[in-house]
Design a protein around this ligand. Sequence first.
Ligand code: NAD
Length: 489
Amino acid sequence: MQQYKLLINGEWTDSSTNETFENINPATLENLATLQVASGDDVNRAVKSAWDAFPAWSETPPPKRAMVLFKAARILEERKEDLSALMTREMGKVLAETRGDVQEAIDITLYAAGEGRRMFGETTTSELKDKFCMTILRPIGVIGMITPWNFPMAIPAWKIMPALVAGNTIVMKPASDTPLLTIKLVEVLMEAGLPPGVINLVFGPGGTVGSAIVHHPDIRAISFTGSLETGKWIMGECARSMKRVSLELGGKNPIIIMDDADIDLAVEGVVWGAFGTTGQRCTAASRVIVHENVKDEFTQKLLARTRSLKLGDGLHPDTDVGPVINPSQLEKITKYAGIGKEEGANLLTGGSPAKPGLPGYFFEPTIFTEVDQNMRIAQEEIFGPVVALIPVSGLEEAIEVTNNTMYGLSSSIYTRNISHAFKAIEKIEAGITYINASTIGAEVHLPFGGVKGTGNGFREAGTDAIREFTEVKAVYVDYSGSLQKAQID
Ligand code: NAD
């Protein structure tokens, strides 16, 4: 059994706690590896190592930094199959999806590498003669990164790659359920020539190791993806020390189905959005807001498709839906199925843990119908294969229901009516709106993130990727040779 130490200053070093935790396959309960738990002192060492590496890395020209990323992308491509299989074993989602996760990591690596020759600032005019004005992007310093388990390689890559090309150094704590793919990603970067100390990895519980990162006085910014609850806490703590923090949090993502929609297409979109990744995506479709004129046809077709889904080990080619990540997630989803019934929603199918001949944590794909928009199952993020169908009588009501949530990440509408589509684009409060496509499927060259409780205004990937990890400096060059005073006549 492989045991992983902490990565500090380019060396795998023993933690000072003598504690370890296991990395478990959620389908088979096989133990994949053990990892050492970091202490506060270990986090201090990691932060020091990141600062020691900062001067040389931040002074390396961005196109040269980018070359490390280009090389890393090539290595990732060569290893895509092995990495995907390992990710399925570690996280549970089916191979087609873990291949997508690795591909997304490759895509963001290439995209961020391209920024090495862009990272544009602005040039502009001056109110004074013989004066030149521009903005430039500067690295922030040492960034603390804390990630969830549902995209074991893509989410770490979304943070690491732009941060690196922008010249920062990093202390990262991946989720304890899926540290292996972060380790593999960082190993690839080191193989591609990343200098020691530029990325440091620490492992262990959020409450201790994550908290030590959040509170560390020498970490300049936190980039966090995870739950609303943890995000709120981190934001409060960062406010005390005026630490910059970017948050990518949960969702309660709707699909609106209008009565002019292609119903078969909508059914496929809902199945993919609600049950892909076993519903464990921040962009998972958990509310289907369906026009009453097509409700019956849609519901019957969705039920038939849902019942045809095969649960099992994600490595098996016939599996459609893998396990959920861990026992507490299984318990939480089971609890919400009970809440739905107590609230008076109609349980159409599913609702219980499943046993597809494996010892792991499986839950039946679940559909509730006749859901009221204010029920807890329509408001709270369940993060499992559970979808709530909410009937509505028209577009206006559909948009009202859509926006009746504290979250605002992804959203979708199925309609053949161009006015409906554009009204939805305009009125839906969300960071992402899809037309005639499911709530999932973000591409790395577009900004990713949400409004309201989903975040604090930052976006990852796309043109905003670099912005998350840089400070803007305004530069004034006065070549007049005399004292010029702006705003003073
Ligand atoms: P989580 O908030 O429980 O944990 C996320 C990370 O934070 C983990 O590494 C955890 O160890 C750490 N953590 C926990 N408590 C901490 C603390 N007090 N201080 C510092 N770190 C702490 O979330 P999760 O269950 O791992 O992930 C699921 C959540 O992530 C869902 O809400 C999902 O919607 C969200 N998510 C959001 C996005 C997005 O981009 N918006 C993407 C994926 C997942």
